[in-house]
Design a protein around this ligand. Structure first.
Ligand code: MN
Ligand code: MN
Length: 456
């Protein structure tokens, strides 16, 4: 059903389903805010649902459920279909990294009686949005002895929070003359960690005290920051948003809402699919998908090659498998916001509540850099969505020449797959508090399930 509000079609039983799905999603993203924790949470759900980790040399047959783990930041899950892998897969691909602040390698310093932690922002952020809000620290510290310490501070009610200070309004005359991108400078996104000196310590006593706390709690030294990956994210849980509770406010909907809906779509298939189903969750999208855990890594192709071999097929079938594959690049889209309607062209933008969004293309300046989905694929999607009574809409990313952006769609498109972006509208994208509609979350999940099992 094209461009209709999804809430209008739900009966009591469906409303209950929407609420249950939304509530599980809120719980999932409240504890899984980084790519590492997303992978951990995902693997737990996969195991609960009968998936096993693929080991080199394994054999697979139709109906088998396997997953591949890559550097704890990227996971691909498969349900082996009735047809051979070389006949193509149905893939749902989403990214599990979100904009945030990363701790530098040499981050700790003391100034003005405070201990501070230096960061480098990750992905596209409006820097002024990250000051004076409660923040949490997640990540790992890998020590020289080969052990890894997991850090999470700020989300347990008994934890302290951390945060970044801003200049008081009384003395902001100069600051407020600056353009928005410089009101808060990147090098000023430093967290305040402490104010209490270590007794008897002469040099940098406040920093010494913070280090003593880290030593006691995590058994780490200052030099261990060199081999740490610590991420600063908003503290607190995802919550119902709006008096009618129709929306969800939370950190990292881009792209955890699509990642979760994609994962659940694969978990909830209760038949052996014709074509092998896949949920691919990748890292590093917000910085260009480059690197070992991003969508441009060879890891995805390697997994398909392993599966071919596990079916006793030559790896020369790999390219055939990729060409024959269909993929929904499940990523979010910019929802229409009446406060900023002037950046949208209202016949070609998406609205909260109208269901899953198909973006034929993204890109910037004349569609540059886009994956332009084939109309043959879109016609098929229109048919299967209508048959399954899934609400869908179509959109571009804002007005022509207003800006632009991209997703992982073109990367898999480059492997000669048929790919289209399919996700949900988000308000406040890349801010510490993004907003989505519960109906769109549910319709996306329904669209993903439909896509995995639909006939041509
Ligand atoms: Mn995204
Ligand atoms: Mn993004």
């Amino acid at each position: 059903m094209y461009a209709k509000n999804a809430w209008e079609k739900y009966d009591e039983a469906q409303l209950k389903e929407v609420e249950e799905f939304s509530s599980k999603y809120e719980d999932f993203i409240s504890v899984n805010k980084t790519e590492r924790t997303q992978v951990k949470g995902t693997v737990a759900l996969l195991k609960e649902n009968g998936f096993r980790e693929f080991k080199v040399g394994d054999k697979v047959k139709e109906g088998d459920k396997v997953y591949f783990l890559n550097k704890n930041k990227n996971v691909n899950a498969f349900i082996i279909g009735k047809k051979g892998i070389e006949e193509g897969l149905r893939i749902l691909g989403a990214h599990i990294d979100s904009p945030r602040l990363d701790v530098k390698q040499n981050p700790l310093y003391e100034a003005g009686g405070l201990c501070l932690l230096d960061t480098h922002y990750y992905g596209g952020v409006k820097k002024y949005q990250w000051v004076t809000i409660p923040l949490a620290i997640y990540g790992v510290v890998c020590k020289k002895d080969g052990t890894t310490v997991e850090v999470c501070i700020g989300d347990d009610p008994s934890d302290p929070i951390v945060g970044i200070n801003d200049l008081l309004i009384h003395l902001s005359a100069d600051q407020l003359q600056k353009p928005g991108a410089k009101v808060v400078e990147g090098e000023d996104l430093d967290l305040t960690l402490g104010n209490r000196p270590l007794k008897g310590e002469e040099k940098n006593p406040v920093k010494a005290n913070v280090l003593a706390i880290l030593k006691e709690k995590y058994d780490i030294e200052e030099e261990d920051f060199l081999s740490a990956e610590l991420e600063i994210v908003p503290a607190g849980k995802a919550r119902d948003f709006g008096l009618d509770r129709s929306m969800i406010a939370g950190y990292g909907h881009d792209d955890k809402c699509c990642a979760y809906a994609s994962l659940r779509a694969v978990l909830d298939i209760n038949e052996v699919p014709e074509y092998t189903s896949c949920c691919a969750l990748v890292d590093k999208e917000e910085v260009g998908s480059i690197g070992a855990s991003g969508a441009q890594s060879r890891f995805f192709e390697n997994c398909i090659a392993e599966l071919l071999e596990a079916q006793g097929k030559p790896q020369t079938e790999l390219k055939r498998a990729l060409t024959n594959s269909y993929m929904l690049s499940s990523d979010v889209s910019a929802g229409f916001d009446p406060l900023y309607g002037y950046v949208m062209e209202n016949r070609n933008c998406c609205y909260l509540g109208k269901g899953v969004v198909f973006n034929k293309y993204t890109g910037a300046r004349g569609k540059s850099g886009c994956n332009d989905a084939n109309p043959e694929m879109i016609a098929w999607l229109r048919r299967i969505m209508d048959d399954a009574k899934v609400n869908f809409q179509t959109a571009e990313l804002g007005k022509v020449d207003q800006g632009g952006g991209g997703t992982i769609a073109y990367i898999l498109g480059n492997l000669n797959m048929n790919v289209i972006d399919a996700g949900m509208p988000v308000l406040n994208m890349h801010s510490p508090m993004e907003v989505i509609s519960k109906a769109d979350l549910f319709e996306s999940y329904a669209a993903y399930k439909t896509f995995l099992v639909a006939k041509f």
